[in-house]
Design a protein. Structure first.
Length: 149
């Protein structure tokens, strides 16, 4: 049985903005829709193999990591929903970045037959790329993450 709820974010302190999910009876995972960062109780500074974890991570995400007062290491989230779009941290440095959203469009019949898109139904629409400053929630809303089908 999981215990999921909205709680105050341990990182940004925004009330009822952080989705916490029980991993087991002792640990939780956190994903905040205010600051856009995520972590879990197992990702503690000096207790987790961050070298392997960060191996394929963009440099910007490594630069933006945050360690809270309990030693949990937080990283920006990247959310990708195939038929909606992607939300991600976009920029050149810790001092010059913002949350971005890019929507998807359906593949043409010709594209669906291409090996490049094998098994896919949508692709990113580069014309829809939009920046949202520090507004992670707004970027999620832009791609339609909260729309109910």
């Amino acid at each position: 049985m999981t215990n999921d709820n909205l709680t105050t974010c341990p990182k940004c302190k925004a009330e009822e903005s952080c989705y916490s999910t029980s991993i087991n009876e002792f640990h939780k995972a956190y994903a905040c829709f205010n600051c856009g960062y995520a972590t879990n109780d197992l990702m503690r500074d000096e207790e987790f193999n961050f070298e392997a974890y960060e191996d394929a991570m963009p440099e910007l995400y490594k630069d933006l990591k945050y360690i809270d007062e309990e030693g949990r290491v937080w990283y920006p989230q990247a959310i990708n929903v195939e038929d909606k779009g992607t939300v991600f941290a976009n920029g050149t440095s810790k001092e010059d970045w913002e949350w971005a959203g890019i929507k998807t469009i359906e593949l043409t019949e010709e594209e669906k037959e291409s090996p490049k898109f094998k098994g896919k139904t949508h692709k990113s629409d580069s014309a829809s790329l939009q920046g949202f400053g520090d507004e992670f929630f707004e970027a999620c809303d832009y791609i339609g993450l909260f729309e109910i089908k």
